[in-house]
Design a protein around this ligand. Structure first.
Ligand SMILES: [Zn+2]
Length: 66
């Protein structure tokens, strides 16, 4: 099973580095790693302080079946 979170679910108006709607998806086997992955993305691409986003990331993290 893989856990994932979508950037767009966190930042509804997020744009990627080329100005298009951000479709980044952080995927990992644990919620901790999803948070880490998404935190790095938020900081590097959107200049968002991930410290304030941890709870939101967890709230939008889903688990794939199979
Ligand atoms: Zn993004």
């Amino acid at each position: 099973m893989v856990k994932f979170a979508r950037c767009n679910a966190l930042l509804s108006l997020a744009m990627d580095s080329s100005g298009k709607g951000c479709r980044y998806v952080a995927k990992a086997e644990t919620e901790d790693d999803v948070v880490k992955d998404m935190s790095q993305h938020l900081q590097s691409v959107h200049q968002v302080d991930p410290g304030e986003m941890t709870a939101n990331i967890l709230a939008t993290t889903k688990t794939t079946r199979g």
